[in-house]
Design a protein around this ligand. Structure first.
Ligand code: ACO
Length: 345
């Protein structure tokens, strides 16, 4: 039975920090940030708001768009790089607040590749019969783990969340392939300490509680794995570049995306980019981009999608899927109880 996404909700905090605002905080410029990254602004959570709060609000958006869609959910998988706590899991915290107490709940920790990994974990558990219907989230408050005095990292990141329902879909729709990977040799290029104040390859004593990154190394890695893993996911699904209607990449840096597209042979016109307004929201970036392309009508029922992501680990995740828009249309029809124009794909 094919498994796929049937509903998608997102959230980004209302507080916006622009590049101009950053100019007042340290030595940088809007021109430098836009030319090196494509980012113009990012959304920041408030004091006392954490990843679980972002996730709950994304679920609220999901429920507003698809009323009743959480009925029958028995598994919650939350990808996050900035969890509220080691435990309870952010998934369990969110489940408790959205009426899913009792469902299996786990976090997935692979940094920015997390949403693609989490979709694959949910698919596997549904196919194994462990669960019947899953809520998959990417939820982040990266602004709380970056060093706001390090201009080469803090300019990149923002906060937000995405929430997707993953369940059985009609034949011809849903997930076609996943490719996951990690290479710890690159681990020291992107890290965040936890209990141990050491990571193999990072000299002892250099760690602090904030995110550490070697931007140039991550950049080179990202360009390579976005195209390689995307290619593998397409091959596994029996697809070629010209079959892809929309590529939805992790939103880290527009130059990374452009270089990967070039290697890949997928046009930027077929690639969803919204990092200019959100920055890098880690596990939330793919659902935020996906939701935007659904809302403005670019992605339609039956479209061939390719999701590609990379992150700390260093890790990568790619997945091919046929978008199923039927659940959205049904929900909209139920909600409106009329034959008005259906706007939700
Ligand atoms: N404003 C102005 N100048 C800056 C800034 C800034 N915000 N940040 C760095 N600079 C300076 C540097 O100090 C350096 O100056 P120098 O030449 O005098 O030493 C110069 O700009 C060039 O620095 P580079 O690091 O070489 O700049 P680069 O072109 O590589 O761009 C960037 C840096 C944007 C970080 C880029 O390397 C990048 O995007 N890398 C990928 C990072 C990424 O995607 N991380 C997320 C991974 S996902 C996850 O799992 C979290």
């Amino acid at each position: 039975m094919p498994i796929g996404i049937t509903a998608l909700g997102t959230y980004a905090p209302t507080r916006v920090l622009t590049n101009k605002d950053l100019e007042g905080m340290f030595d940088t410029s809007d021109e430098w940030i836009v030319s090196r990254t494509g980012i113009r602004e990012r959304h920041l959570s408030g004091e006392g708001e954490f990843a679980s709060d972002m996730g709950v609000r994304a679920v609220n958006d999901l429920l507003a768009r698809y009323p009743g869609v959480l009925d029958g959910v028995d598994l919650v998988v939350c990808a996050t790089s900035s969890p509220d706590a080691y435990f309870p899991s952010t998934a369990a915290l969110i489940a408790g607040q959205v009426g899913l107490n009792g469902a299996g709940a786990l976090d997935v920790s692979v940094a920015c590749s997390g949403f693609v990994y989490a979709l694959s974990v949910a698919q596997g558990m549904l196919l194994a019969g462990t669960a019947r219907k899953a809520l998959v989230l990417g939820a982040e408050v990266l602004s709380k783990i970056v060093d706001w005095t390090d201009r080469s990292t803090c300019i990149l990141f923002g906060d937000g969340a995405g929430a997707a329902v993953v369940e059985e879909v009609p034949e011809g729709y849903g997930f076609q392939s996943f490719v996951l990977g990690a290479d710890s040799v690159g681990g020291p290029s992107l890290y965040k300490f936890a209990v141990a104040d050491r990571i193999p390859g990072v000299p002892v004593g250099e760690g602090n509680m904030m995110l550490g990154m070697n931007g140039r190394e991550v950049f080179k890695f990202a360009v390579r794995v976005l195209s390689d893993s995307g290619e593998k996911a397409m091959n596994k699904a029996g697809l070629k570049g010209s079959d892809i209607d929309w590529m939805v990449p992790h939103q880290a840096n527009v130059r990374i995306i452009e270089s990967a597209c070039q290697r890949f042979g997928v046009s930027m016109d077929k690639t969803v980019v919204n990092l200019d307004r959100y920055g890098n929201t880690s596990t939330a970036s793919v659902p935020l981009a996906l939701r935007e392309a659904l809302d403005d009508g670019r992605i339609q029922d039956g479209d061939q999608l390719l999701l590609v992501a990379f992150g700390g680990g260093l890790s990568w995740g790619a997945g091919a899927m046929k978008w199923y828009g039927g659940a959205g249309k049904r929900a909209a029809a139920q909600e409106q109880e009329s034959d008005q124009e259906l706007v939700v794909q």
